[in-house]
Design a protein around this ligand. Structure first.
Ligand SMILES: [Zn+2]
Ligand SMILES: [Zn+2]
Length: 160
């Protein structure tokens, strides 16, 4: 998470140098949700959300491509307002300011994801939840242990 936050900061500094103005820093969220989306920029909430699984698995590529891609959306919005998300303004920020290719797709694969189940903990034992239920928990659903009746809490990402 720290490296992710630092990389976001690096790109903000690049943008500030280039445009000679300051930008408000966003909230950065590392999401445990299983999704094909590598990252997203929420312009109204000023929040960057990154896919924790892809981040873990493709860290170098992720830091070099996904992070600047999403930061560029925020910079673009701060400077130009509502324009085409991957239009010429965004592309210019990627190419000229960040010195990165303006690519809009990634090659990260969910199939490579070793996560088929997610470890959850109650008071008495460990439980394995599948992707579908795991994603539901992240959206607010609660599951209880049938034995101790405690709410299951996500304990760690992977169980091979
Ligand atoms: Zn985009
Ligand atoms: Zn239990």
């Amino acid at each position: 998470m720290q490296q992710l936050q630092q990389t976001v900061e690096q790109y903000f500094l690049l943008a500030e140098q280039y445009f000679r103005q300051s930008f408000v820093r966003p909230e950065v969220v590392l999401s445990q949700r299983v999704s094909k989306v590598a990252g997203s920029a929420n312009l109204s909430r000023w929040r960057l959300r990154f896919n924790a699984h892809f981040y873990t698995q493709y860290r170098q590529d992720f830091l070099q491509h996904t992070v600047p891609h999403e930061v560029a959306h925020l910079i673009c919005h701060a400077l130009y307002g509502r324009v085409n998300p991957h239009g010429k303004e965004w592309q210019t920020i990627m190419l000229k300011v960040f010195n990165r290719p303006a690519q809009t797709t990634h090659r990260y694969s969910l199939a490579k994801m070793p996560l088929k189940s997610f470890a959850y903990q109650c008071a008495c034992q460990q439980h394995q939840l599948g992707v579908r239920r795991h994603n539901k928990v992240l959206k607010g659903t609660q599951y209880c242990c049938k034995q101790c009746r405690q709410v299951l809490v996500f304990s760690k990402t992977a169980t091979p």
